[in-house]
Design a protein around this ligand. Structure first.
Ligand SMILES: NC(=O)c1ccc[n+]([C@@H]2O[C@H](COP(=O)([O-])OP(=O)(O)OC[C@H]3O[C@@H](n4cnc5c(N)ncnc54)[C@H](OP(=O)(O)O)[C@@H]3O)[C@@H](O)[C@H]2O)c1
Length: 269
């Protein structure tokens, strides 16, 4: 009854490993290209491989019953074929609505014939870390749309839902969980919470779209254009409403952004 966690040193996969162990899972296998560097917790079996190199997967998938699937749209079909051949019965995937950027993962999983649970998060708390350099340097956040809003979620809460679905597959099979944090928050409200964690004012400075891209480029590279236009522009047009889904699925209330900001305040100092 082995559970394979792919992307197991990634932002979310690593947290899925921890959440499985917290819930008492004993047969956890973690996929990494570099077992030595991975520094995975004791008790976790480490397998060498990478989703973007599907030929590395058959050995890692041997004896696997369930898996957490990190998103690699370009190779997802081969990955799922290997999983099916290995006898995997349930895939919990990080993906998105069929029409979204990550929709190809959703469609491939549904076409695979393997039972599935989709995790569809929107904005992550951790995306606020892209503000860290400007908050550290000038105690400001420069963006075009102060009233743009989202219902961001902690990556740890996504991982908690993933672990719950992997361990209690019965009630999660063939369900798509649209995941949000517990509050809908404007960009200005996020900045206020970071300021409160710092105990110092942080200004929100409304700037034209091109300047926002230029500010983020050193942090995000070429993705800055996509992030400002598609992601922030999307929040400005349509705010996703917060729901209590994390508590409903895990029994524990979703982390608030204020609590996350306190825990991660050193990144902004
Ligand atoms: N709806 C949504 O918003 C949504 C939905 C789906 C996905 N996403 C995005 O998915 C991402 C998930 O990120 P994640 O960090 O959890 O996992 P990830 O980026 O999918 O996986 C990262 C892991 O892949 C492995 N890897 C091996 N070779 C690599 C290479 N050459 N380059 C990069 N990685 C390599 C690394 O592990 P080893 O080095 O240990 O092998 C690394 O820890 C997030 O950035 C999120 O934005 C968003």
């Amino acid at each position: 009854m082995t559970i394979l966690v792919t992307g197991a040193t990634g932002n979310i996969g690593r947290k899925v490993v921890d959440q499985l162990l917290t819930r008492g899972a004993t047969d956890v296998r973690a996929l990494t290209t570099d077992p030595e560097r991975a520094a995975l917790p004791e008790g976790v079996e480490v397998a060498r491989g990478w989703l973007r190199r599907p030929h590395t997967l058959p050995a890692a998938l041997r004896g696997v019953d369930r898996m957490y699937l990190a998103p690699t749209p370009d190779t997802v079909d081969e990955v799922l074929a290997a999983a099916r051949d290995a006898g995997v019965r349930h895939v919990v995937d990080l993906s998105g609505e069929p029409e979204s950027w990550w929709g190809s993962v959703t469609r491939a999983v549904e076409a695979s014939g393997i039972a599935w649970t989709h995790l569809w998060p929107g904005d992550f708390f951790e995306n606020a870390l892209t503000w860290a350099p400007q908050v550290r340097a000038a105690r400001t956040v420069r963006e075009p749309w102060p009233h743009a809003a989202s219902a961001p979620i902690a990556m740890d809460d996504i991982a908690a839902v993933a672990a719950t679905a992997l361990l209690d597959e019965g009630s999660h099979v063939h369900r798509a969980h649209s995941l949000t944090g517990p509050e809908t928050l404007r960009r200005t409200a996020l900045v206020e919470r970071i300021a409160a964690a710092l105990g110092e004012p942080v200004g929100f400075v409304e700037v034209p779209r091109d300047e926002a891209v230029a500010v983020l480029e050193p942090v995000m590279g070429a993705d800055a254009v996509w992030y400002v236009d598609a992601v922030l522009g999307g929040f400005a047009e349509h705010a996703r409403e917060a729901t209590p889904i994390v508590e409903e699925l895990t029994g524990k209330p979703g982390t608030t952004f204020a609590a996350w900001a306190v825990e991660n305040v050193d990144a902004f100092r």
